[in-house]
Ligand binder design. Structure first.
Ligand code: NDP
Ligand code: 8X3
Length: 250
């Protein structure tokens, strides 16, 4: 394989899917997600021999380790890790939050990111090379009403991102967090448990970011010269000034 290898979690939808499409030209890809039929569809669409898929739930610590350590030797040297898999589950005041939703957000957005990183970082430290992109959120920089645990999970990603950058500094590994505001993907459908109307309302009256806008930034960040590390990026739609201030024309 001549191209460097990138592993993208959450490649079945939204930001991860758009990132896979953009990186395909310059990277050999390991595409991850739970929905195998979507992974197979994306592999077919990209129509390249240097694309493989790995299906696992990032919550399953043992499976994450098994799948990544089971990669064929020629796929072992992962240059770019895009930690993207994640979602919000619910939007409710803390006093009436659903504990299963809390578990999902902490287990996927925080612990899942750590499990995948744990499986990949040793190869990077051994080779003294690599770039980790953590997809955080404006919700990792600010807290908004009813966002409590989702915001906490993304604040944790922010802290982990900074911790990774410090600890991996001796190894020359680049670490970047990309923190988007509102991006129109399946995110709100998941947050509102399949309620498409409620999800669509989130993006009404203004131009939200597209998944491709975030993927473009991922592509830009990893294509900087090796001595340049963008450490922390907040990326908002022009209509959005903060987590809670969005100029809508309804
Ligand atoms: P989508 O719902 O479109 O995509 C989420 C992706 O995460 C899917 O590919 C899904 O794959 C994967 N995923 C979710 N749970 C798991 C799991 N347990 N195990 C493995 N994979 C999982 O949302 P986005 O593309 O918008 O979200 C991607 C990232 O961007 C998330 O971390 C999100 O928090 C962040 N973000 C999103 C914003 C937005 O407004 N949309 C703004 C800021 C940040 P599958 O279901 O097949 O497993
Ligand atoms: C997703 C953006 O504002 O819905 O992280 O939390 S927001």
């Amino acid at each position: 394989m001549k191209k460097p290898i990138a592993l993208i979690t959450g490649a079945t939808s939204g930001i991860g899917l758009a990132t896979a499409r953009i990186l395909a030209e310059k990277y050999s890809l390991i595409l991850c997600g739970r929905r195998e039929e979507r992974l197979a569809g994306l592999k077919a669409e990209l129509n390249q021999t240097d694309v493989i898929t790995l299906s696992f739930d990032v919550r399953d610590k043992g499976l994450v380790a098994e799948k990544i350590s089971g990669l064929p030797t020629e796929w072992e040297n992962i240059e770019v890790l895009v930690n993207n898999a994640g979602n919000a589950h619910g939007l409710a005041p803390i006093q009436s939050g659903d504990m299963d939703d809390w578990d999902a957000m902490i287990d996927i957005n925080v612990k899942g990111l750590l499990y995948v990183s744990n499986a990949i970082i040793p190869g990077m430290t051994k080779r003294k090379a690599g770039h980790i992109i953590n997809i955080g959120s404006i919700a990792g920089k600010e807290v908004y009403p009813n966002g409590n645990v989702y915001c906490a999970s993304k604040h944790a990603v922010d802290a982990i991102n900074n911790g990774m950058r410090i600890d991996l500094n001796p190894f020359g590994i680049r670490v970047t967090s990309i923190n988007p505001g509102l991006v129109e993907t399946e995110f709100s459908e998941v947050r509102f448990k399949g309620d498409k109307e409620k999800a669509a309302n989130v993006y009404k009256g203004f131009q939200a970011l597209k998944a491709e806008d975030v993927a473009d930034v991922v592509s830009y960040v990893i294509s900087r010269p090796s001595h340049v590390m963008l450490s922390d990026i907040v990326l908002l739609p022009t209509a959005q000034a903060s987590a809670t201030l969005v100029k809508k024309e309804l």
